[in-house]
Design a protein around this ligand. Structure first.
Ligand code: ZN
Length: 671
């Protein structure tokens, strides 16, 4: 969630997003984009030419890490939903007690009741903590962990999550994910993250104190917890590997699982966690699990108990006492460089919205999204899919056999626009208590999560639910889900500056059209290309075509490696490959639709440059550089356009201009 450290990635197999959303910011910093309009020639720096003066004017809010249109639109949605929330709260008594509205109001009112939160402390989380801390041996410790996994769906030494089996996309498999490292693998290794490491140690110390650890011991214990994570970080996957299905798909038989976890009864643990009935168990990173196993010894019992209790409390820090909430926010501020914490008002509203995102999504859609827009967008998607068929047909490096398969994949692609066909009824099953009924925030939160965890367990013997959405409608983003072969566009991205039905086709193609084509291209990027039309990992390429594809990928990596991010740091071409392929393919596709009219092409490129305008503080830039699979906004614009032949014609770019790249050095896998 925003303003907190996400403890376990909610999605072990990541979707390919359009954009990585940032957490709020701002440190004093001389802007890299110091150009005022007129000072820079578009032939030298198209991004700065279009966005320079706007970026200069934009102020980064004190509680945010940066500015871009994605965040701006997202903040508008949050504010609007906050108004709706306030309305519901004011009129609470007009709703039935079991209605979503009444429950939402109760969640919010208990979130706000800091006095009660302080008084109750850990609330219903307490028995879970106690059981962990009181375990007398590894076996009891694992039983305590399994109850947390079963009831709340949370792990600490590894994550367990049901997701579509990548080789059989209709069936769920249980994924055994990596441990939660809190500051990421890079946080432990990069020189320039020293302040993060110190802040993290301090944070562990503060949380241990709230757990009643004696003052004289806390520093020593937090050092040990830190060391444990540092060891695990050594085996953790690099950011550039974590999306690669060839790396993360490691199916294990029960026997093989036992061979990894030689120190414990892993099958018993899965049974106690209610997760023992899967056809397939898949380790995301077997090497790190072997390291986890080495720690699962009686001699480490005290360390493990405290580590898991710390992670558990940290997971819930936003819902507990003021002290714990502050500890977390102070730590997060060091990570993201924000000048101020979000106001309490904002925090209560935000956490309420994030706890039941689909309930708020329904409200958002009712207020903002018309059936007319949905139809228009669907029509646009059809047109872009047709253009993509043509594009595939015209590729000179791909044989007819592979083209047939690629076109089949396009034909079978599922399209989701705006909001889900069916709204989740989950909140109906959740017991939420209002303040008058002695309702306590943390208990309400735990009840929401218990219902979600139960649903996760119920998944195991059913076919994969393809109607599910991985994003709420009020999210300003889009994604391609490779194991469903689907592209998804939430309602909130279907507005300015991405889409405006009153504007010309060329402008909309530079905004939402590019977004749509970007998600389509993910089906054929370095990772997406490994999945077939049904979303299964299965090779549909001829050997020669795949070799050609890999050669083109290498060229894209080298091309992006040359672009600078900040202060001498260059783009990591390997980490950003999939996103770069998607940007290049998308712009090539929408340029095809626009044709050769210079005025229209200019409109297209202007809008494209506009949607990627952004400004971040130093901390955010460093975080992104290490883990964001997307290139920075400026590179997304300039690197892509410098590789588009039509861009050269639209603006008469010539040798000697800084945007100029020699034709032989231009890249595009799908051109
Ligand atoms: Zn993407």
């Amino acid at each position: 969630m925003r303003g907190e450290v996400a403890v376990i990635c909610s999605q072990i197999i990541a979707f390919s997003l359009l954009f990585t959303s940032c957490e709020g910011i701002a440190k004093e910093k001389k802007e890299v984009y110091a150009n005022k309009e007129g000072q820079v020639r578009l032939q030298d720096d198209y991004y700065d030419y279009i966005n320079g003066s706007l970026i200069q004017k934009k102020q980064i809010p004190a509680d945010e890490t940066g500015w871009n249109y994605f965040n701006e639109v997202s903040n508008q949605a949050e504010k609007q939903l906050n108004d709706e929330l306030k309305h519901i709260v004011t009129h609470r008594d007009e709703y039935e007690k079991n209605s979503s509205e009444y429950k939402i109001a109760s969640i919010y009112l208990t979130a706000k009741d800091m006095e009660r939160r302080d008084l109750v402390g850990f609330g219903d989380l307490k028995p879970y903590i106690n059981r962990l801390l009181c375990s007398k041996n590894i076996s009891e410790y694992l039983k305590a962990m399994a109850v947390i996994q079963k009831d709340l769906g949370k792990g600490s030494l590894f994550a367990l999550e049901a997701q579509a089996d990548l080789k059989n996309s209709n069936q769920y498999a249980l994924y055994i994910g990596e441990p939660n490292l809190m500051i990421g693998k890079e946080g432990f290794t990069r020189d320039y993250f020293e302040d993060r490491r110190e802040a993290y140690k301090n944070y562990i110390t503060e949380i241990l104190k709230t757990l009643g650890e004696k003052k004289e011991n806390v520093v020593k214990i937090s050092e040990k917890i830190y060391e444990l994570q540092e060891q695990l970080a050594k085996e953790a996957l690099d950011a550039e590997e974590s999306g690669n299905p060839s790396v993360i798909y490691n199916p294990l038989t029960k026997e093989e699982l036992k061979n990894i976890f030689t120190n414990i009864d892993i099958l018993g643990y899965l049974t106690d966690s209610g997760l023992d009935n899967y056809q397939n168990y898949i380790a995301v990173n077997p090497a790190v699990l072997k390291t986890v196993n080495q720690y699962l010894k009686e001699g480490n019992l005290s360390l493990l108990k405290k580590y898991s209790a710390f992670i558990l409390v940290s997971n819930y820090s936003g819902y507990l006492t003021k002290e714990i909430q502050d500890d977390n926010q102070n730590f997060v501020q060091i990570l993201n460089g924000t000048k101020e914490k979000p106001s309490e008002e904002k925090t209560w509203s935000r956490i309420t919205q994030e706890l039941v995102p689909m309930e708020f999504g329904k409200i958002y859609v009712e207020k903002n999204f018309s059936a007319k827009d949905k139809k228009k967008i669907e029509k646009m998607i059809d047109k872009i899919l047709m253009a993509y068929q043509k594009k595939i047909e015209g590729l000179d490096w791909m044989s007819a056999d592979t083209k047939t398969e690629a076109k089949k994949k396009l034909d079978c692609m599922t399209v989701k626009v705006g909001y889900p066909d069916l709204w989740s009824e989950e909140l109906k099953q959740v017991s939420v208590k209002a303040p008058e009924e002695e309702g306590v925030f943390i208990n309400n939160v735990l009840n929401i999560q218990k219902t979600a965890a139960k649903r996760q367990q119920e998944k195991m013997n059913k076919p994969v639910d393809k109607s599910e959405w991985g994003m709420s409608p009020q999210t300003v983003n889009a994604y391609y889900n490779p194991s469903a072969n689907e592209i998804v566009f939430p309602a909130a991205i279907l507005q300015e500056p991405f889409y405006n039905r009153a504007k010309s086709e060329a402008v909309n193609l530079g905004g939402i059209g590019m977004v749509i084509a970007h998600e389509i291209t993910h089906a054929f990027d370095n990772n997406g290309a490994k999945y077939d039309e049904k979303g299964n990992l299965h090779n549909w390429w001829t050997q020669e075509d795949y070799k050609n594809f890999e050669k083109l990928n290498e060229k894209v990596i080298e091309y992006y490696n040359q672009y600078e991010i900040i202060d001498g740091y260059k783009v990591n071409g390997k980490l950003t490959l999939g996103e770069n392929i998607a940007d290049l393919g998308a712009m090539s596709c929408v340029s095809d639709i626009v044709g050769n009219n210079k005025t229209k092409l200019r409109k297209l490129y202007t809008q494209y440059a506009k949607i990627w305008a952004c400004k971040y503080n130093k901390e955010e830039q460093l975080s992104r550089m290490n883990s964001d699979p997307h290139s920075p906004g400026k590179v997304r614009v300039n690197a892509v356009l410098s590789s588009m032949d039509k861009f050269y014609r639209a603006y008469s770019i010539k040798k000697g201009d800084r945007m100029y790249v020699a034709p032989k050095d231009r890249v595009n896998v799908y051109e």
